[in-house]
Design a binder for this molecule. Structure first.
Ligand code: GLU
Length: 512
């Protein structure tokens, strides 16, 4: 059996059905995440189906990017396009992370609609045979003319069977297949898990094209046929599709198929209440990745865009297993969610602090390299490893690490006299303080955090300085920055030789 309803279907099976028309919007990823969480919460399956039936809007490379998005997020698919089907796409969309066998969990593929055309044609034929669809051959110009006339009469244009200019269209001449709205009067009702009970007047539905002149199905036929054949139990999608749902409900009724549950989720908006766009910063998950956000923080953040654990539960920070166990479609809100960059930063900081030092080190390696810091030798890698506990508390994004550690790897610019002159100190006093620091650090038996701090506090005392006065000029002399991770830990990572050399240079600046 090439296509069919799987036997022994799990209770919950959800899908994400993007069209490969460009970069996946963050709002769509959020919707996909809800679908995935709904399935995993119920111990069910989640798969991806590519809806590439609109050949004009097809963008090369977007399928691969879509699949890579899920790889980066760490979301494992229970079905989806595999190497062979990806290679057969209009542009070769194969990539190393693709599934070996897309239907390995028993969900029938292929998962790319352009590779399922005979299935849609077969079911369109069934609809024609049973009186639920008809062939129509009006040209684009003829339809345009009808639309203009309707507009002139100030009417909304809806194509109806009675408007056909030719009624006996043969299967072998160019035509589209349109759905018949049965009954023409009355109301189509359904229950939506987010919107509640919804009703649409049949009189307002048009005779939707189901198969286009090029033989491709439209979204409406393909989504119904595939959701059925692939055993989808919950179709969760953006609420811009709500007005299409009554047509789908009718098609399910015509075919005599059980409906999946429907959940139409609100859009994601920017903080000015407009649809999230470039103006608001990131609109793709890859931008977030490149800005140093962790996948687990992005998942946590996106899951809260329109969902909350429920009345009285104020939890905001979730691990992925916690999300899976708490997620409930019935708690998806019905008003649009607002993307707050501040909340994302906060959550990312929390998730960074939850990482083990080793894990954080591993995640920083590519970013630090990207910033031009070599990590080729064991010594360089060890430096990074020792810097990690010093910076972990201070980061909102992984990129924040770079300015916190670069001076541990590179020499710094020669500090100015101002930077080396302490608060309420003159140049002579500052010079003396730096000289004594240099001597003290040169003689310290262990170049480590605690002994260094103790000795330096004692020195500040002897010089009648506040510790902060002394530490600030030492920090400026050795790191070239006035904000760094804790000073003595930092010096010990920089190492004694480089620390003394920078102190000598600072002394030289003030001696001039
Ligand atoms: N292909 C549609 C989209 O790109 C899918 C809608 C649905 O999930 O039914 O949004």
């Amino acid at each position: 059996m090439a296509y069919g309803v799987t036997d022994g279907q799990p209770m919950v099976r959800t899908r994400f059905a993007p069209s490969p028309t460009g970069e996946l919007h963050i709002g769509s990823v959020r919707t996909a995440l809800f679908s995935w969480l709904a399935a995993k919460h119920a111990g069910g399956q989640f798969y991806i189906r590519l809806e590439d039936t609109d050949q004009e809007r097809y963008v090369a490379g977007s399928t691969r990017r879509i699949l890579e998005t899920f790889d980066w997020l760490g979301i494992r698919l229970d079905g989806g396009p595999d190497h062979a089907t990806l290679r057969r796409m209009k542009t070769d969309e194969d990539y190393p992370g693709a599934l070996e066998d897309g239907s390995y969990q028993g969900i029938p593929g292929p998962f790319i609609q352009s590779q399922r055309l005979p299935v849609y044609q077969q079911w369109a034929g069934w609809l024609i045979e049973h009186g639920y669809a008809y062939r129509a051959s009006e040209t684009a110009e003829e339809i345009e003319h009808m639309r203009a006339e309707a507009m002139a009469r100030k009417e909304t244009f809806r194509f109806r069977e009675e408007m056909r200019l030719r009624t006996d269209v043969r299967p072998d001449e160019p035509h589209v297949v349109r759905m018949r709205i049965v009954p023409r009067q009355g109301v189509t009702r359904f229950h939506d898990l987010v919107k509640g009970d919804v009703a649409f007047e049949n009189a307002n539905l048009d005779d939707q094209v189901l198969i286009k002149a090029d033989g491709f199905p439209t979204y409406h036929l393909a989504v119904v046929v595939d959701d059925h054949l692939q055993g989808v139990s919950l179709a969760l999608r953006g609420d811009d599709w709500l007005s299409s749902a009554p047509k789908h409900v009718l098609l399910f009724q015509y075919f005599g198929w059980d409906m999946p549950q429907l959940a139409h989720v609100p859009n994601v908006l920017g903080d000015d209440s407009r649809k999230l766009s470039k103006r608001h910063g990131a609109t793709s998950v890859f931008e977030l990745r490149d800005q140093g956000y962790l996948p687990e923080a992005v998942i946590n953040f996106l899951s809260l865009l329109g969902w909350a654990p429920g009345e009285g539960d104020e939890q905001n920070v979730f691990t992925i297993p916690e999300l899976i166990s708490k997620f409930d479609v019935n708690h998806i809100g019905s008003s649009p969610a607002v993307f707050s960059p501040t909340k994302l930063d906060w959550l990312n900081g929390v998730h960074i602090r939850r990482l083990s030092e080793d894990d954080l080190t591993q995640r920083l390696i590519p970013i630090v390299r990207e910033a031009g810091i070599a990590l080729d030798t064991a010594e360089q890698l060890d430096k990074l490893r020792r810097a990690v506990p010093l910076i972990q508390e201070r980061m909102k994004t992984l990129l924040d690490a770079v300015p916190l550690i670069d001076f541990m790897f590179f020499d710094i610019a020669v500090p100015t006299r101002e930077a080396l002159t302490g608060q309420k100190m003159d140049e002579a006093e500052s010079l003396e303080a730096l000289r004594q620091t240099r001597d003290l650090l040169a003689q310290l038996p262990e170049f480590e955090n605690a002994p260094m701090e103790q000795a330096m506090r004692a020195l500040a005392d002897r010089l009648h300085l506040k510790p902060r006065q002394l530490f600030t000029i030492v920090r400026n002399a050795v790191t070239g920055k006035d904000v760094t991770p804790p000073l003595f830990g930092t010096l010990s990572v920089i190492g004694r030789a480089a620390t003394l050399q920078r102190l000598d240079r600072a002394v030289g600046v003030l001696e001039r």
